[in-house]
Design a binder for this molecule. Structure first.
Ligand SMILES: [Zn+2]
Length: 491
């Protein structure tokens, strides 16, 4: 038995100014062939789960590509072509099944439905071939995706700490189908709700209840059930809340469970909307908290949703109000890092930090903050994740520097990285548990590594292309009417 196992992951923020060439899909582009296997075997990813399942079956494993890029703008045409060609060329050689570790919200220059287009092409090459798909909780599900695979399972956690489990779940269903032990059928649907990422944490309502309902259905009625929060900043027709249910040959049962889950999600449509407080109030509230670490969550500029990771609004307010003992993880500013490398450890520098990238989709110019401090650390920015999310995966921040103003220690990196692991600080000699404030450019994933050490959490509404103020964005393609863009929406 030969299995083709591959990864293609990108959450596309169509409002992001950050480009998405092939080189973004890995430390120096995607991992191809054996390198894909070596990079992800034994990690907490669906790709690793597929490899383990195939290994247990004694299958021949082929891994044409593993490509994952930090969220950013629309995927460049040649990048999409190169990654999908790698998978399809291997399928065309002949195989018994395909297992794909996908995101579910990829938009490329040539298609609004990156995953659906790939799956349709695979099915065109190998009609009827069993295909297992693992998807992110932020998937914008499409009919083309569902029609062109055998079984799909999405993550049930955000932060995504069950990636491996989702892969194992999807892969096991397809292996059972190949042995004639199950006949998977799927039903999917959506509701007109653009849920906000900040309201999708699975330890909070409403996702907590919706995931519990999906798990209950899996125990009693179906092979798999997934509720997707969706990714609202991919402006495609299908963006928003959706659901897919896999049953063993029971079409009607699949539709029944799907409708129950979607109706429950629709009931919660207003709970999926986030309300922010004025930034100055948030920082003042944080200043009054006696015990640290206090997490300051700069959620409007989360690079794992397409943010530039260089807006300085929240940092500027923290400095204006005089907070001290702050560590910032992290500002992405390769220019500033190069300046600090040139100056050397111990040098005193004054430089424009952050604000290098304009944000035309929300009408903002990049606005650096002039900062004076001492260069404390220079590093290659590499570490291996020890926390619960992406466990074991090697992480590359690019050239990295720590700039210390006395009150604020900035980790300044050259590649985007959302701080969901303590390694972002520890790899450069900052002990996060010892800091009063940790300013994190993150939305929910910080919870994976930082919630256990946090005394308080203060969400801070800064500026950026991952803002929760949906009025900032000019939606053109998403189906209308939809909550919260339209006043009157019904189903
Ligand atoms: Zn996600």
């Amino acid at each position: 038995m030969k299995l083709v196992i591959a990864m293609m992951k990108h959450e596309t923020n169509t409002f992001s100014p950050v480009p998405t060439p092939l080189g973004r899909f890995g430390p120096s582009g995607p991992y191809f062939g054996k390198a894909a296997y070596e990079a992800f075997k034994g990690t907490g990813t669906p790709m690793a789960a597929f490899i383990d399942l195939a290994g247990a079956e004694g299958a021949d494993i082929v891994t044409p590509v593993a490509a994952e890029a930090y969220p950013s703008g629309v995927v460049h045409r040649d990048a999409y072509q190169r990654i999908t060609d790698a998978i399809c060329e291997e399928v065309a050689k002949g195989c018994d099944a395909v297992m794909l570790d996908l995101h579910g919200a990829m938009v490329a220059e040539t298609t609004d439905d990156g995953e659906g287009t790939l799956l349709e092409r695979i099915r065109g090459l190998a009609p009827g071939i069993p295909i297992a798909v693992a998807l992110d909780l932020h998937t914008n599900l499409t009919d083309r995706m569902v029609r062109n695979c055998t079984a799909m399972v999405g993550y049930k956690t955000y932060p995504h700490v069950d990636m491996y489990d989702a892969g194992r779940h999807a892969g096991a269903i397809v292996l059972r189908a190949m042995k004639g032990e199950a006949r998977p059928v799927m039903a999917w649907g959506n509701r007109p709700v653009l849920a906000q990422t900040l309201r999708m944490g699975t330890s909070d309502s409403p996702m907590k209840e919706l995931v519990a309902a999906a798990r209950a259905a899996e125990r009693r009625e179906c092979l798999a059930a997934t509720v997707f929060g969706g990714f609202p900043l991919a402006d495609i027709p299908e963006a928003g809340v959706s659901c897919v249910v896999v049953t063993d040959g029971d079409d009607e049962g699949a539709r029944f469970v799907r409708d129950r889950l979607l109706n429950a999600a629709w009931e919660h449509r207003t709970d999926f909307q986030y309300r922010s407080e004025p930034l100055a109030d948030s920082i003042a509230r944080a200043k009054a908290l006696a015990e640290g670490p206090v997490l300051l969550i700069d959620h409007a500029d989360n690079c794992a949703s397409g943010g530039t990771q260089d807006t300085m609004t929240v940092v500027a307010e923290v400095m204006r109000q005089g907070l001290t003992d702050v560590a910032v993880g992290a500002i992405c500013d390769p220019e500033a890092v190069e300046r600090m490398i040139g100056a050397g450890v111990g040098a005193r520098v004054t430089l424009p930090l952050g604000g290098k990238v304009d944000l035309p989709s929300i009408g903002r110019k990049g606005s650096p903050l002039t900062v004076t401090g001492t260069v404390r650390v220079l590093s290659d920015g590499e570490f291996t994740v020890r926390g619960p999310m992406y466990t074991g995966v090697r992480t590359f921040l690019g050239h990295t520097a720590v700039l210390d103003t006395g009150a604020v220690e900035f980790v300044v990196v050259s590649r985007h990285h959302e701080p969901w692991d303590l390694g972002v600080f520890r790899s450069v000699g900052i002990e996060p548990t010892a800091k009063r404030y940790l300013l994190l450019k993150s939305r929910i994933h910080y919870r994976a590594g930082f919630l256990p050490i946090a005394k308080h959490i203060v969400e801070c509404a800064g500026e950026g292309v991952t803002s929760s103020d949906m009025k900032l964005f000019q939606f053109r393609k998403v189906r209308r009417p939809i909550v919260p863009l339209d006043a009157s929406v019904s189903v």
